[in-house]
Design a protein around this ligand. Structure first.
Ligand SMILES: [Cu+2]
Length: 640
């Protein structure tokens, strides 16, 4: 990919390589990029909703970049705004002391190298019988803020590095956690500031290798399945605009969220009807449930503290996705201002998805069946030991689905021979996988048939037996409108088959009800940490499965802009204190959903994919099943 040749044709296109380079150049020429200053991130400042709806193709539009900078020597962080037309810095603000931007990919590498070089660390290894520091994997976990930090840590950008030992260069280190130490690193000076010493647990005895050369015998009875699309795919892509069947949307990408979808709309008989202005997974946190001294701070905000776009994989044909694939490439910027293309960052392809609808009339013998086709847009990020796949699916019946696939290697701790942990499961001899949760926050900006929307909660409830229900069979779907933010802080409830209906009260369907879309929860779990715990104070967004706020373009991340080392309360809990009105106005919907991971031996050494997510389904948006016009399958290719 020639990054200079990437063209920008729409105000929502992510910054291209040339624009990233221009941003770096502008920062340099204004003197903001001294030798000790690192670039944490540079992303497009997305134009507001009104600018997007007013935009006319071919007309000029504004391009501005937000750069987050870290001055290591002066222990300061900055937000700079660069105007890309004038190629100049138009504002720079020093962030309050204590604000720590996310951990940079370069810091991972530098931190590991610095730790390995440290004589204190090498001594600690010798004490534990580990002679080769190069075989130690040093994983710089974000340090958080727990109120238990010694005063000398104050003002320091820190990592708490967990260590694992490989038995040889290509060995799976997670099989051998070096559990008796945690290395505290000053990320400003890249020096070890302390080694926390714990009881020495021996390294677990078994390897946990997973690459093909370590698998002694593969099953040999698989015949190929080929996906053939002789006439090409049914989608078209122009720049970042995707059209498929009646759907239209734009693909975006940020260093923090990775894949972002913009301006999702559906063509209903020639009328383009908006549904979502913007959709992304904007935050996630993985709290671990072991209270031991070395583990209670173990959790990661993988989006806010690291950035999933920066950790995105380059996907490969025939493995991550099957069929005719269109890949989107996006440029990444490292902390020194070098632009590198991430090829095949986002995958777009179609999938057959079983039946869409069917009926057989047993009297007349009439039978109709339709195959469901879905369009999948996805990316995969590797965060240390874990992989997260993010999939958005578009269906022919007007539904949208978000699905997250969890895979990769579990984080592990060591057990003494014969030992057990109350807070985890032994997944291989002397190897413990602690209980943990993966909690995600989706940020959805609904524009169901227009910008002003409202949200109802729908609970199905039994009617007590009485004069209105003499036979005890009655139940109702009760709708409750959320008037203000505090009303809309809700949990899922399978006992009432709860869902939420986003409506446009200004637009009615032919049956007289406001048009709407339904947010249907999938797998979920409540947070299991205590309400008053430091981790809950830092991840306050996990206290509710649903939040609704008035739309505000600056309210982007559920745990606030800078969760790294943030002590408490930022993001949703902070914004919603104002209890703003959310009825019949521009709103943002935040859906929080979690996978409660009680590990199994079958999750080792690499866990089979676990999936969770939610659906966004039309609910009175159309007048009838919008997929009646899908043609019958062609019988000579697939029907038997
Ligand atoms: Cu897990």
């Amino acid at each position: 990919m020639d990054i200079r040749n990437m063209t920008t044709t729409h105000p929502l296109d992510p910054l291209n390589g040339a624009e990233l380079e221009d941003t770096v150049r502008a920062l340099k020429s204004s003197g903001y990029l001294g030798a000790d200053v690192r670039i944490v991130s540079v992303n497009l400042i997305e134009p507001g909703k009104q600018a997007i709806s007013a935009y006319q193709p071919g007309h000029p539009f504004e391009r501005k970049a937000l750069a987050v900078l870290l001055d290591r020597r002066h222990r300061a962080s900055f937000e700079a705004v660069v105007d890309l037309a004038g190629k100049s810095v138009i504002s720079i603000v020093r962030l309050p002391d204590g604000v720590q931007p996310s951990i940079m990919l370069d810091e991972f590498i530098e931190c590991e190298q610095a730790v390995r070089r440290s004589p204190v660390f090498q001594d600690a290894l010798r004490k534990r019988g580990v002679l080769d520091a190069d075989l130690v994997m040093v994983e710089p976990w974000s340090a958080g803020q727990y109120g238990t930090e010694p005063p000398e840590y104050s003002g320091i950008r820190r990592a708490r590095a967990l260590c694992f030992v490989r038995s040889e260069a290509r060995d799976n280190g997670y099989a051998r956690p070096l559990d008796s130490m945690v290395v505290v690193v000053d990320l400003y000076s890249m020096e070890v500031i302390r080694i926390e010493d714990y009881d020495i647990a021996p390294l677990p005895p078994e390897p946990g290798n997973w690459t093909r050369e370590y698998i002694p015998a593969m099953r040999n009875d698989l015949k190929p399945i080929d996906i053939l699309q002789r006439d090409g795919p049914s989608f078209t892509v122009e720049g970042n605009l995707v059209s498929w069947q009646k759907w239209k949307f734009r693909v975006g990408f940020t260093s923090r969220e990775g894949l972002v979808l913009h301006t999702i709309a559906y063509d209903d008989d020639g009328v383009e009807r908006p549904i979502l202005h913007r959709a992304s997974i904007c935050e996630m946190v993985v709290p671990y449930g072991d209270p031991a001294e070395q583990y209670y701070r173990k959790n990661a905000f993988d989006i806010g503290e690291y950035g999933l776009g920066m950790l995105a994989n380059s996907l490969t044909l025939g493995c991550d996705c099957l069929g005719l694939i269109y890949y989107f490439d996006f440029p990444l910027l490292d902390s020194r201002g070098e632009v590198t293309p991430l090829k095949n960052a986002v995958c777009l392809h179609e999938e057959d998805f079983g039946i869409l609808w069917k009926h057989t009339d047993w009297r007349t013998g009439q039978s109709e069946v339709r195959r469901s086709r879905r369009l999948a847009v996805s990316f995969i990020a590797t965060v240390g030991n874990y992989e997260y796949g993010f999939y958005w699916y578009f269906y022919q019946d007007g539904s949208i689905q978000c699905e997250i696939k969890l895979t990769g290697i579990m984080n592990t701790t060591a057990l003494p021979p014969g030992g057990k942990s109350a807070y985890g499961v032994e997944v291989a001899p002397q190897l413990n996988a602690p209980f943990h949760q993966h909690i995600f926050a989706a940020r959805l900006v609904p524009t169901v048939d227009g910008p002003e929307n409202s949200v109802y909660e729908v609970n199905s409830v039994s009617v007590p037996t009485g004069p209105n229900n003499p036979h005890g069979n009655a139940f109702l779907a009760e709708e409750t409108l959320f008037a203000s933010e505090r009303n809309a802080q809700r949990m899922v409830n399978s006992a009432s088959a709860r869902f939420w209906r986003v409506v446009n009260s200004r637009r009615k369907n032919r049956l007289g009800r406001p048009v709407g879309y339904r947010l249907v929860p999938g797998e979920n779990c409540p947070p299991l940490v205590q309400r008053d715990s430091p981790i809950m104070r830092r991840a306050g967004f996990t206290a509710n499965n649903l939040w609704v706020t008035p739309y505000h373009p600056r309210e982007r991340f559920a745990a606030g802009d800078y969760p790294n080392q943030h002590p408490e309360g930022d993001g949703l809990p902070c914004w919603t204190k104002a209890n703003r009105k959310i009825d019949d106005t521009e709103i943002t919907l935040w859906y929080v959903f979690g996978h409660n991971h009680v590990p199994r031996p079958e999750d080792w050494p690499v866990m089979p994919v676990a999936m969770l997510g939610f659906h966004f389904r039309p609910d009175g948006f159309f007048d009838r099943n919008p997929a009646m016009d899908v043609p019958p399958p062609v019988s000579n290719t697939c029907c038997h």
